[in-house]
Ligand binder design. Structure first.
Ligand SMILES: [Zn+2]
Length: 126
């Protein structure tokens, strides 16, 4: 789903979007927050399947995460704000936002509960 940047006003626009990759629903709101700026806030709900990085078993993870980003339709010169997404063509690509969010969730659920309990390799003694 793509939403034109210039269709968003300061009253905001609510949307609901279901991922075509995972059973995840994004409920969100787009709102103009400044010159060349739109804020997106929302909630991701559903589940994702990931493989345990240690034993490879499939893990079904429930997802209930809030997300919040700023979107700009021009290049951002400063690099101090990592929560800004650029859509230079003026189209806000909800798929892109949702998929990158799903990917970062997948990389944060790496171990099944069994392996997670074994995970004390990183403790160092001095
Ligand atoms: Zn495991």
């Amino acid at each position: 789903m793509k939403i034109p940047f210039d269709k968003i006003n300061s009253f905001g626009k609510e949307f609901e979007y279901k991922s075509n990759l995972e059973p995840i629903l994004l409920n969100g709101k787009l709102k103009k927050s400044g010159y060349h700026r739109v804020s997106i806030g929302g909630n991701l709900k559903g589940s994702i399947v990931v493989n345990c990085a240690r034993c490879g078993v499939e893990i079904n993870c429930n997802v209930d995460e809030d997300l919040k980003f700023t979107i700009s339709d021009q290049f951002i010169e400063t690099t101090d704000n990592l929560d800004i997404i650029e859509f230079i063509d003026g189209m806000i690509d909800i798929d892109y936002i949702l998929n990158s969010e799903i990917n970062s969730l997948k990389s944060s659920y790496n171990y099944c509960p069994k392996c997670e309990n074994l995970d004390d390799d990183f403790e160092m003694e001095f």
